[in-house]
Design a protein around this ligand. Structure first.
Ligand SMILES: [Ca+2]
Ligand SMILES: [Ca+2]
Length: 340
């Protein structure tokens, strides 16, 4: 009951302002103005091998072992994002959702507590232009100057990802999108879980490998195989979909990493619990939780829209941010939980 109350409280929305059209990287970073602001195949890794028996304690979650890892990097792909410095971080054992939260799972939550997302309350959300019908596009006369491929679409929300002429009936096993940080917080609370910290998320992303770019190693496409749903072609005009998907993929698509987690990078960005900062202490840390306050929340992993040419953020050390009220067609989440 307490969890439901908390979820409902989190559902109280501050309808204080319309969309902000300030974009930082343009790859999913459109924000509402908030009030408050040698390649390595993962399954061959043995150092951090997870136990399937132990992991059956919580449905759909993996119990990650405690450990120390190198968070961030001294060779940042995008230095202004605050990817560095590399620092040693100790993480206590915790549970992580195996998959991004799917539309099917989110629907159960919505129906259980009659939840309304922020995109539904605001009446719009940002959608990548390349996904929209001509009819929807013809009605929009506003765009983000720094990222004109993002369009605010009336009545776009998790049930209608590309606006009112779209629905999710053929993608219930895809990640839910158009969910704000507040929506993600409400869902995880309702589920008896919580959002992962950025450190936990990155630890989980690395799957037991040390200082690698991706959850599976340093080569994007080992032996020509696709390990994540990202963009192939020339952004933003041509997405060849060589990996099988030009938008979201099922949450179970592509190989799992060394911890048994799917789609940590690519597919959809994932909200974390932490407030955003680009300043990090190089000192060792134990279970860091980020700044105590801020304006934006950290999101990790990149999305199906990411291409190295303009948004090289489908790496474990990469990061970006949005306000708590923001939502978009490439931003979702997964939950974590304490080990005890
Ligand atoms: Ca793709
Ligand atoms: Ca992801």
């Amino acid at each position: 009951m307490a969890a439901r109350t908390a979820a409902l409280l989190a559902a109280v929305v501050l309808l204080v302002s319309p969309w902000s059209v300030g974009a930082d990287c343009g790859c999913g970073s459109t924000s509402r103005e908030g009030g408050t602001p040698e390649d390595h195949i993962p399954h061959q890794n043995t150092a951090f091998k997870y136990s399937r028996e132990a992991n059956e304690q919580r449905d759909g979650m993996v119990l990650l072992p405690s450990g120390v890892f190198t968070m961030g990097t001294d060779n940042p792909g995008i230095p202004p994002d605050g990817e560095g410095p590399a620092r040693q971080v100790h993480i206590a054992s915790f549970y992580m959702d195996v998959y991004e939260v799917s539309n099917a799972e989110f629907e159960k939550f919505v129906e259980a507590i009659h939840y309304t997302t922020e995109a539904e309350n605001y009446g719009d959300s940002f959608v990548f232009e390349g996904l929209l019908s001509e009819e929807i596009k013809s009605k929009i006369h506003q765009a983000v100057a720094a990222a004109p491929w993002w369009l605010p679409v009336k009545r776009a929300n998790w049930r209608h990802p590309e606006g009112p002429d779209s629905d999710i009936s053929d993608r219930m096993d895809h990640p839910v999108v158009h969910v704000s940080w507040n929506d993600a917080f409400a869902y995880c609370t309702w589920a008896g879980k919580r959002l992962p910290t950025e450190a936990e998320w990155e630890y989980a992303c690395r799957g037991g490998l040390e200082n690698r770019l991706f959850p599976w190693g340093n080569v994007l496409e080992p032996k020509g195989q696709h390990y994540a749903n990202v963009w192939q072609g020339n952004f933003p005009n041509t997405n060849t979909g060589e990996d099988g998907y030009v938008k979201t993929s099922p949450v179970k698509a592509f190989p799992a990493n060394g911890y048994g987690l799917y789609n940590m990078v690519g597919n959809v960005w994932e909200w974390t619990a932490d407030w955003w900062t680009t300043q990090h202490s190089p000192d060792q840390a134990h279970n860091p939780k980020g700044p105590s306050f801020g304006k934006d929340k950290v999101k990790k992993g990149g999305s199906y829209m990411c291409h190295k040419s303009y948004c090289y953020r489908y790496r474990c050390a990469a990061r970006s941010q949005n306000t708590l009220e923001s939502s978009a067609s490439n931003l979702g989440f997964r939950c974590a939980a304490d080990a005890k």
